[in-house]
Design a protein around this ligand. Sequence first.
Ligand code: NAD
Ligand code: ZN
Ligand code: ZN
Length: 342
Amino acid sequence: MTSKMHVAVVEQFGKPLVLQEWDIPRPGPGQILVKTEACGVCHTDLHAASGDWPLKPKVPFIPGHEAIGRVVAVGAGAKNIKEGDRVGVPWLYSACGHCEYCLTAWETICAEAEFGGYTKNGGFAEYLLADPDYVARIPDKLDPKLAAPLICAGITSYKGIKETKARPGEWIVISGAGGLGHLGIQYAKIMGLQVCAVDIDDAKLTLAKQLGADLVVNARHADAEEAVKKGTNGGAHGVLITAPSLGAFKQGVAMTRKRGTCVLVGLPPGDFPVPLFDVVANCITIRGSFVGNREDMAETLAFAAEGKVKADIELQPLSAINAIFDRLEHGKVDGRVVLDFV
Ligand code: NAD
Ligand code: ZN
Ligand code: ZN
């Protein structure tokens, strides 16, 4: 094994990533070393590199939280894992395991949680360290390149749909038909929901139709809210907002049926105005949702291993990362870009 690896590094917020060679890290006690095969590029990586959120990572850092690879070294005391296992290193890199949230399978909101590609170096690198207790177990049947988008975009949209509490036969709006949304549409269909996809780009809506959306609405059209209300006979029982745009949030609340639930997962910086009278008088629930727990991860991957959900991917080399970020920022990526390391 050589001692150096190629990595893409955020040295300054808002500046292009820098391609560098770093020493391959060694796994300490309880850690594993993973040789990256593929890593998806999430819009969150762009927020991370831009320093968009109140909790900022420390520069320099390596983004990437959709890394899939083989375990190539196991540190002392790391249990239930062996060299050669194929794992995913997700956003939830680790948690304390003991607090009230960890004990109730809400480890994603543990105060001591670490985040892959954010507070810990991530998968825009040929190798990365991971905590074996929190890695995703990738089913043998799944191609690692197709598995990559599932371990953030897949789990987040799947969990978000569950959090709307919409039931089979009911309507769900998926606002933002990009990396998260194009998988959300597929999960919602296999969960028996009627799906209305909302986006500002007709190419995304064409893909949404191909993936099974029953209704598509362009959010730029002045009558978008009316079109959703009409098409769903009074608004959607569940609304999942993945769009990284504040305008989509107010619109999504307005598309929610009386007594329905609007789940927020998109994370553009800033706040959005909540139309208080409408939310109160229509008994609407607005709820945040943050990735998913380890059981959600296993379910997310199982659906794909059974061939029921398939990410729409475009392969690119690590060296193209800045051009990919530029396209992502301008809504020019259909499905998910996956960095191909093999
Ligand atoms: P993406 O860029 O692949 O897709 C975003 C989609 O939203 C694009 O299709 C774009 O055309 C569409 N869009 C933009 N403005 C819109 C509007 N006003 N109305 C409707 N659609 C609009 O991004 P992604 O990787 O899917 O990530 C989306 C967001 O979700 C990001 O903010 C990301 O940080 C966040 N995210 C949150 C979690 C979580 O746990 N809550 C996890 C992953 C990602
Ligand atoms: Zn992500
Ligand atoms: Zn905890």
